[in-house]
Design a protein around this ligand. Structure first.
Ligand code: KIV
Length: 290
């Protein structure tokens, strides 16, 4: 089955069709996301926090990202998979950006890359697009700049900051970005930016006026519970389900109920007896008598 293309993403905006996007980091979850018909799958550098346990996305490396991108690509068939360029993989030069984006597409197998920043990265976006690499922009709260921003805060609240964000969005679009993530941007500003762009916007904490929405899958499934951002909605709390399953397993191992006959393999015990003499009799739950 062919994967979704960036032209089809553009057509969704033109038809007024909202675009759902989720992150995924491994094979089984990518399969579920794909089977649920989510058209855009981001292998986000948020994996630094929700999978690898760092306290920001700054330590995430190219090798970390490639490892997870490959798994998500193997797990999906239909979705357009976007690889998130990690901190410092595209900042020093357009050549770095090209080499690293090329690795994402060639080695990782994803179809597009995402990078953070507006006017300052527009020339890099242009260069990547000229080389045939689809680019998703990301403005507003850009977590790789957390140290510069002074924390994870809503962006664009003053007239000057709002004007800068609009300018950033227009610069990314002019450079050829096929889609732009708006993170933690007040709803009216995100709606205004969305209305000014031909390219689709994908919001996270940017209100319902965006063309699409993205959520970190570990937040929306309640798997990562160290903190739950205001913009995240928990559609399930899998951490609780998993913890009760783990407790049940431990209790059954301790109580001898696991493994039962159903999870065990039998053999002709007389073979062992003839070689080694009688062996201890293991009574399994669910085993037939005799
Ligand atoms: O890394 C990530 O998951 C992201 C999304 C929150 C857009 O950048």
């Amino acid at each position: 089955m062919p994967r979704l293309t960036i032209r089809e993403v553009q057509a969704m905006k033109e038809r007024g069709e909202k675009i759902p996007m989720l992150t995924a980091y491994d094979y089984p979850v990518a399969r579920m996301v794909d089977e649920a018909g989510i058209p855009l799958v981001l292998v986000g550098d948020s994996l630094g926090q929700v999978v690898l346990g760092y306290d920001s996305t700054i330590p995430v490396t190219m090798e970390d990202m490639l490892h997870h991108i490959k798994a998500v690509v193997r797990g999906s068939q239909r979705a357009l998979v976007i690889g998130d360029l990690p901190f410092m993989s595209y900042h020093a030069s357009a050549e770095d950006a090209l080499r690293n984006s090329g690795r994402f597409l060639q080695e990782g197998g994803c179809q597009a890359v995402k990078l953070e920043g507006g006017t300052s990265v527009a020339p890099t976006v242009k260069r990547l697009v000229e080389c045939g690499i689809p680019v998703m922009g990301h403005i507003g709260l850009t977590p790789q700049s957390v140290n510069q921003l002074g924390g994870y805060r809503v962006q664009g609240k003053t007239p000057e900051a709002a004007a800068r964000l609009l300018e950033d969005a227009l610069a990314l679009e002019a450079a050829g970005a096929f889609c732009i993530v708006l993170e933690c941007v007040p709803t009216p500003l995100a709606a205004l930016i969305t209305g000014r762009l031909a390219a689709p916007t994908i919001g996270i904490g940017a209100g319902a006026g965006c063309d699409g929405q993205v959520q970190v899958i570990s937040d929306m499934l309640g798997l990562f519970t160290d903190f739950v951002p205001k913009h995240a909605k928990q559609y399930a709390v899998l951490a609780d389900t998993i913890k009760s399953a783990l407790a049940a397993y431990a209790a059954e191992v301790r109580g001898g109920q696991f493994p039962s006959a159903k999870q065990s393999y039998t053999m002709d015990e007389s073979l062992l007896t003839s070689l080694y003499g009688p062996s201890p009799r293991i009574k399994l739950v669910g085993e037939s008598q005799g």
